[in-house]
Design a binder for this molecule. Structure first.
Ligand code: URA
Length: 209
């Protein structure tokens, strides 16, 4: 599990608890996801390389560190990934953005891609893939497989909640891709929902149920 980072910061945990509560409204859930994603952005970018730029403060010149936000690509797995994407972009305003849409074929149970749009020249870009719930792991695994085909420099996966089954499947399929999550819950139920979890992240984010 060395590639799994559990973000146990009290602010993150507090916001996650509020999101789990069934009485939390759609508006509040959306706001909390934005805030928690901003905090996750700090963690996921902790090892970003910096370059030094000669600047002048009002008092003296200095070599000051900067990061190149344009090299980062935030890729959202539609549709719930957009909630994390927005928080990430609040911290990384010049990041590029990609989207991937997948659905599960009811006959083959395979993930089928219906949308894929990412920036060009991915070979020198660091990708942060966002999806709130790492449940069975099937869509995250398929999304990362597809993203690997365009050859980015690195890939990280960020979620809000994970199930042990999803973590196991994902790390087996993609041992090179670190996972960042505030919590790993108990298990999946028979419908593939995370327990205790927070319900359907997309429905809670958009108020569709
Ligand atoms: N997707 C969700 O939105 N919630 C879960 O618990 C599992 C998958």
């Amino acid at each position: 599990m060395e590639n799994v980072h559990v973000i146990d910061h009290p602010m993150v945990q507090h916001k996650l608890t509020l999101m789990r509560k069934k009485e939390t409204s759609t508006g509040e859930f959306r706001r909390l996801l934005q805030e928690i994603s901003m905090l996750l952005a700090y963690e996921v970018t902790r090892d970003m390389p910096v370059t030094y730029e000669r600047i002048e403060t009002p008092l003296a010149p200095m070599d000051a560190p900067t990061i190149d936000g344009k090299k980062v690509v935030v890729i959202s797995i539609l549709r719930a990934g957009d909630g994390i994407r927005d928080g990430m972009l609040a911290i990384l305003p010049s990041a590029r953005v990609g989207h991937i849409g997948l659905y599960r074929d009811p006959k083959t149970l395979q993930a089928v891609e219906y949308y894929f749009k990412v920036p060009t020249d991915m070979d020198d870009r660091d990708v942060i893939v966002c999806d709130p719930m790492l449940a069975t792991g099937n869509s995250a695994i398929a999304a990362v497989e597809r993203i690997k085909q365009v050859g980015p420099k690195s890939i990280k996966f960020v979620c809000l909640l994970a199930a042990p089954e999803g973590v196991e499947a994902f790390t087996t399929a993609h041992p090179d891709v670190p996972i960042y999550t505030p919590a790993i819950d108990e298990k999946l139920n028979e419908k593939g929902y995370i327990l205790p979890g927070l319900g359907d992240a997309g429905d809670r984010l958009y108020g569709t149920k």
